[in-house]
Design a protein around this ligand. Structure first.
Ligand code: BG6
Length: 478
């Protein structure tokens, strides 16, 4: 293994920080999302109108877990020193846009917001942890959602670039790796979180075109971020990120293989544009066939071509089965899954198919498609943990991570260049999809329940000690 490889962990501001209205922070997208305990992801209540946002902001009866997170805003020093004990080499985290520009439209940044991230990065450096920053992880000032329908408006690009330029200028001397959008292909599974679009306000027949319009703006913003970054400091590395949605065909029938190709193209579209700098022919055909029209500027073609990303980040949790026919009803619990259950794979308690070999396939697929370095931005197991006498015996999490790291090491032997592996997540945080605390991913247990009750105390799980050994032995001891 190359010495420069980093063993890391990954979190997102909106899932850990809390302090949603403290020190000048404005309300952000995820602050209006309620706890959802229904095991069926289809029943998750979607915020899709201005009225629903306004109701949520006035609502004193329901619990909004991301407003309080794990209170990391106040506990970051102690938490980061625990990550130092772990020996963590990199931490991927996000800078919340609404902490820096509370409404998105201010001319000057919020100094207290900048101070928080400056201190946090200082604490990481003190513990020898390399910061990897996600500029936008399902985060956007709510005002921009209401005023511009999120990323649907081209105006959002300029406001975002102002934010990006501010944080590049402030932090580039300490932060080398920047990921522009978390999983830019989340646009279809969660258009509110990913695009800030209020679909309840749009005419139904325009929804798909509107999503692609917003996606186009994010792809242009990704390219322009790279340009802005390099103008500030040539050493900054700017990456794009996708959630890997590897699918196997249902069977060997050619039409199922074709369905599989189309399924894979629905993710490749995002990485092809970010890495190759052009809209591929298959998406142009899809637009034509489905009467999808988006507004572009003449300069967009060059913007994309001249500013391709330096690396590709991907998250990897599960795989799925593709279907030629689209009338199949989603049968699994995975946030990104549109397919059916793979009988060959075990499932997590939330129904996500566990497929370590798929990780090796995905890493090889992306690396040899683009030949640029990869970052594994997320990989982990959401599970229910039991705290007993101050201990958590989470052998299931160790098993999951071990099996995936084995395949990562195989991919490295295959020649795949990987900058870092960032497991999700070194500490328990609020779930993105369901806002539950009980869906725990951490190596460190945080004593808070789904309703925000508990001592908030931190406990090292068995997986903490296991990963510490993996890191200190540089992957030799699994
Ligand atoms: C990823 C997201 O897709 O999945 C994270 O980037 C999220 O924000 C992770 O937490 C796990 O999903 P969930 O819904 O179990 O939290």
């Amino acid at each position: 293994m190359k010495k420069s490889f980093l063993w890391g962990g990954s979190v997102a501001g909106n899932q850990i920080e809390g302090a949603w209205d403290i020190d000048g922070k404005g309300p952000s997208l995820e602050d209006v999302v309620k706890l959802n305990e229904d095991p069926n992801p289809e029943n998750i209540e979607i915020v899709n109108t201005v009225k629903k946002i306004e109701e949520a902001l006035r609502d004193n009866n329901n619990y909004y877990p991301k407003r309080t997170g794990i209170d990391f805003y106040n506990t970051y020093e102690k938490d980061i020193s625990l990550l130092g004990d772990l020996g963590l080499e990199s931490l991927r985290f996000s800078i919340q846009w609404a902490r820096i520009f509370p409404k998105g439209t201010e001319l000057e940044p919020n100094k207290e917001g900048l101070n928080f991230y400056r201190n946090m990065i200082k604490a990481l450096k003190k513990n020898n942890i390399e910061p990897i920053v996600t500029i936008c992880h399902y985060e956007m000032p709510l005002d921009l959602v209401i005023k511009y329908n999120g990323w649907k408006s081209r105006e959002t690009i300029n406001l975002f670039l102002k934010f990006a330029k501010t944080i590049f200028s402030e932090f580039s001397s300490d932060v080398k790796y920047w990921i522009v959008f978390n999983q830019v292909n989340s646009a279809f599974s969660d258009p509110f979180a990913s695009l800030g679009i209020l679909e309840g306000e749009d005419r139904e027949e325009n929804r798909i075109s509107n999503r692609f319009q917003a996606i186009h703006h994010q792809l242009i913003a990704t390219a322009l971020c790279k340009k802005v970054a390099k103008d500030i400091d040539l050493n900054i590395q700017v990456g794009g990120m996708i959630c890997d949605i590897l699918a196997y065909a249902k069977n060997s029938e050619p039409k199922e293989q074709l369905g599989n190709m189309n399924h894979m193209n629905s993710t490749f579209f995002f990485s092809d544009v970010m890495v190759r700098g052009v809209y591929p022919g298959y998406i142009k055909r899809y637009f034509n066939d489905n009467n999808i029209k988006i507004n572009t500027l003449e300069s967009d073609e060059n913007i994309l071509k001249e500013n391709t990303v330096d690396f590709l980040a991907m998250s990897y949790y599960a795989t799925t089965i593709s279907q030629y026919s689209h009338d199949v009803i989603k049968q699994t619990g995975w946030n990104f899954d549109e397919g059916s259950v793979n009988p060959n794979l075990e499932k997590s308690e939330w129904g996500w198919a566990i497929d370590p070999i798929g990780l090796r396939i995905a890493l090889n697929t992306y690396y040899y498609r683009y030949e640029i370095p990869l970052i594994i931005g997320e990989n982990g197991l959401g599970a229910i943990d039991k705290l007993e006498n101050g201990k958590i015996h989470d052998e299931y999490r160790i098993h999951y991570l071990k099996k995936h790291i084995e395949q990562l090491l195989e991919a490295q032997k295959d020649g795949v260049e990987i900058i870092s592996y960032n497991m999700w997540s070194p500490i328990d945080i609020v779930s993105s999809g369901t806002s539950q605390m009980s869906k725990r991913y951490g190596l460190i247990y945080v004593d808070i329940d789904d309703y925000g009750e508990g001592s908030s105390k931190r406990y090292k799980k068995d997986s903490f000690y296991w990963y510490k050994n993996v890191i200190s032995s540089d992957g030799e001891t699994l």
